[in-house]
Design a protein. Structure first.
Length: 250
C-alpha cells in the first residue's frame, strides 16, 4: 500500500512571509474594489439623482435622504472593525471607497461617455462626515454616544460641509425675465430623462411651510432620524459579526 507524501511549497519562514505578502497584495485591492462597487451601487439605488446632478441637490430632500443612506455601511462595519480590531476607521474608509468609485464613475460614464460637464456631476464631499463619526467613536469608545453625537452631526453637517462647493451654483441670475439659479440653467441646457420639477414646486408653493428655514429644520430632523438609523445598522453589524462563518474567518 503506497504512502502519499505531502510536500509543502513553502520551505522557510521567509518564503512563508513572502507568500503572505503576495496574497495580500492580490486580495486587498480586489476586496476594496468589490466593496467600493457594492457601496456605490447601494448609494446609487437609495440616493441616485440627488447626488448625480448639481440641480438635484435641493434644500429639503437631499439633506434628508443622503445621510440616511450614507450611514448604512459605515455603521455596519464600524461594529466589526471596532469590536474585532479596535480600529475606528470604518466610516472614513467606507466613504473614501465610495468617493473614489463615484469619481471614476462620474468621469468615465457621465463626462466621457454622456458628455456632461464635470462641474454638473461632481460627487459631494462626504469624507469629513466619516472622520467625525470615527473620531467620536475613538474618543468615547461607545456606540451609544457615537450614534447620539456622531449620527446627529453626520446629518446636520452634510449641507454646510458641501456649501462651499454648492454656493457658486446657487447664485441667482435672470434669463428672459425669469429668475433662476446657475444650477437650474445648467439643468435646462443639458436635457435629461429626469428634471427635478419638485424642487421648483417646493420653492414656489405652499410646501414652503417654514419660510426661509427649510434647510436648518431639514438638517435637524435628519439628524434625529440618523441617530436611530446609526444604532439600527450597528445592531445589524453586531448580528453579522456573531455569525458562525465570521467566527471561522477572524
Amino acid at each position: 500500500m503506497s504512502q502519499e507524501l505531502t510536500v509543502s511549497a513553502v520551505r522557510s519562514t521567509a518564503e512563508q512571509h513572502r507568500v503572505h505578502v503576495q496574497v495580500d497584495l492580490l486580495a486587498i485591492p480586489l476586496v476594496v474594489l468589490l466593496f467600493a462597487a457594492v457601496f456605490s451601487f447601494q448609494f446609487a439605488l437609495l440616493v441616485g439623482d440627488w447626488d448625480y446632478w448639481i440641480d438635484w441637490r435641493d434644500r429639503r430632500w437631499w439633506p434628508l435622504v443622503t445621510p440616511l443612506a450614507l450611514t448604512i455601511l459605515p455603521a455596519v462595519f464600524s461594529y466589526f472593525l471596532w469590536e474585532r480590531l479596535r480600529l475606528p476607521l470604518a466610516a472614513t474608509l467606507t466613504i473614501l471607497a465610495l468617493t473614489a468609485a463615484a469619481w471614476v464613475s462620474r468621469y468615465l460614464n457621465f463626462h466621457l461617455f454622456a458628455n456632461f460637464p464635470m462641474n454638473m456631476v461632481w460627487p459631494s464631499a462626504y469624507i469629513g462626515l466619516g472622520l467625525i463619526v470615527d473620531c467620536i467613536l475613538l474618543l468615547t469608545g461607545s456606540f451609544f454616544w457615537t450614534g447620539l453625537l456622531g449620527g446627529f452631526a453626520f446629518a446636520v453637517l452634510l449641507y454646510p460641509m458641501n456649501w462651499p462647493l454648492l454656493a457658486p451654483f446657487q447664485v441667482p441670475l435672470e434669463l428672459h425675465g425669469t429668475m433662476l439659479t446657475v444650477s437650474d440653467l445648467m439643468g435646462f441646457e443639458y436635457v435629461r430623462t429626469a428634471i427635478p420639477e419638485y424642487v421648483r414646486i417646493i420653492e414656489q408653493s405652499t410646501l414652503r411651510t417654514f419660510g426661509e428655514a427649510v434647510t436648518p429644520l431639514t438638517a435637524v430632523f435628519a439628524g434625529f432620524l440618523n441617530i436611530m438609523n446609526f444604532w439600527f445598522w450597528t445592531w445589524i453589524g453586531y448580528l453579522g459579526s456573531k455569525a458562525l462563518w465570521i467566527r471561522k474567518i477572524v
